[in-house]
Ligand binder design. Structure first.
Ligand SMILES: *Cc1c(COP(=O)(O)O)cnc(C)c1O
Length: 459
């Protein structure tokens, strides 16, 4: 039975003469089409051998499947998706969305020459870092600033340049691991510094830091527990006290702040996310943050602090290896200008999504739901909760609204898969046999595509 079916599987050359595939050959290279034919036939053979099919599909159907494989192969791997998870800084989905202005600024320098390292006033050489340095200093009160590829690089550079060969004191409650492979003890080792742990998981006192300081100590370091919180019977000294102690003993005080918030989040009910300005005001010598977390800009590591230390970093050989490109700098400059113009709430998607009111979210969910219902879908508005994400504000659940979809036939898992594999992919989540799309992270301009895809997926 199997053998007979296997013999009936068409040959590659035969299939390439089918009208459907000939049409495809006019659109894309023979290489891609031939590879898709091979993959399609291999899939067919597997299905026969595993007894999944008892007769071969008609030629037309085989060609359609091959065309689908070819289109998938020819489409970009890195592509836009619609984020219906409600998680604002979804690390797997690329963290912060750039503002329109930032995206335009990046695109504008991407396809043309720019003033990246050119000084228009003198007609001579300029420095790539000047485009954002003054802006960063004005916004944060720092004396000096430097931008590198990401915050992991920023911490690596800071510790390598300022503490190598010495000891760095860190609280046991702050030995953070950030998703992937950023672990404070490992980074320290990679920088040639010796980690001196002090205190306990839940409590570290100022006297613990004081006692740990010895001849080899170069710095006291504070690490923001971005993606976790220790609650209950806890204690950590105030940053200003740590700075006073460090400076009185001739130590540097460094902070890895992670999320890098420039705006006071208390107004959104988030009470445990420090701002960069707070750290600098407390007198920290060097503080580093991510560009694409709460700041809402491109992936970058921003180092801020006292000029004499930032100058050392600027001259360090690692800085060249970590340098940012023109698109990043253009997007970062545009993002920072939105803060300076006091337009962050309107222009920066991350901040706008955090700040949006319950009424606005509900109205948005109702609008999407109405569109879905009039397309014949089984949809309803439900109250839900989401996270900020990106290893930020871990204990805060943000109240939101979602549209719940129920499949008319088939399972909710099948529906989720169809939407995920669609064009563009739509990423939602399943909760109690319903498929949820949280409107906090959806754009109104995505609604049309969502409605068409949901109807197609059988909602
Ligand atoms: C996110 C984070 C990092 C890593 O930053 P990237 O920009 O992702 O490289 C380092 N330290 C802390 C405390 C963080 O929150």
């Amino acid at each position: 039975m199997n053998q007979q079916l296997l013999r009936q599987i068409p040959k590659v050359d035969e299939l390439l003469k089918e009208p459907k595939l000939e049409a495809l050959l006019a659109e894309m290279s023979e290489k891609i089409v031939t590879r898709a034919v091979r993959q399609g036939l291999e899939e067919l053979r597997r299905n026969v051998l595993e007894g999944k099919i008892e007769q071969l599909p008609v030629r037309e159907a085989i060609c359609s499947r091959i065309a689908a494989i070819a289109y998938r192969e020819a489409s970009p791997s890195l592509q836009r998706v619609i984020n219906g998870t409600g998680i604002i800084l979804h690390t797997n989905l690329g963290r912060a969305c750039l503002s329109d202005k930032a995206a335009k600024a990046a695109a504008s320098v991407a396809g043309s020459y720019s003033t990246l390292e050119y000084n228009l006033a003198t007609g001579g050489r300029g420095l790539r870092y000047t485009h954002v340095e003054d802006l960063l200093c004005r916004l944060t009160g720092a004396e000096s600033a430097l931008v590198v590829n990401n915050n992991a690089a920023a911490v690596l550079l800071t510790l390598s340049a300022l503490t190598a060969g010495g000891q760095v004191v860190v609280s046991r409650g702050e030995l953070v691991e950030i998703g992937g492979s950023f672990r404070v003890p490992d980074i320290m080792e990679a920088c040639g510094a010796v980690l001196k742990e002090v205190g306990t998981t839940n409590k570290t006192h100022l006297r613990d830091y004081d006692r740990a300081i010895c001849a080899e100590t170069k710095a006291l370091m504070k690490v923001h527990t971005s993606n976790y919180r220790i609650v209950g019977f806890t204690e950590t000294p105030a940053l200003a006290d740590m700075v006073e102690l460090g400076h009185s003993r001739g130590m540097l005080v460094i902070e890895d702040l992670g999320s890098g918030c420039l705006i006071d989040l208390n107004q959104f009910g988030i009470h445990d996310e420090p701002t960069v300005q707070d750290s600098l005001r407390a007198g920290v010598d060097v503080v580093s943050i991510s560009g694409d977390k709460l700041l809402g800009g491109p992936q970058a590591g921003i180092i801020l602090g006292k000029k004499k230390y930032i100058d050392v970093l600027k001259k360090h050989p690692l800085t060249r290896a970590m340098r940012v490109d023109k698109m990043t700098l253009a997007a970062l400059e545009a993002t920072l200008r939105s803060y300076e113009a006091e337009k962050a709430f309107e222009e920066i998607p991350t901040i706008a999504m955090l700040a949006v009111s319950q009424e606005r979210l509900q109205a948005k969910a109702e609008a999407l739901c109405a569109g879905l219902v009039s397309a014949g879908c089984n949809a309803q508005v439900v109250a839900t909760e989401g996270q900020v994400g990106g290893g930020s504000v871990p204990t805060k659940m943000l109240k939101s609204f979602a549209v719940a979809l129920e499949p008319k036939t088939g399972s909710v898992d099948e529906m989720e898969e169809k939407l995920r594999l669609g064009m563009p992919p739509i990423i939602g989540r399943i909760n109690h046999d319903r498929y949820l799309l949280d409107v906090r992270t959806l754009k109104e301009t995505d609604f049309e595509e969502i409605i068409a895809a949901a109807a197609e997926a059988g909602a």
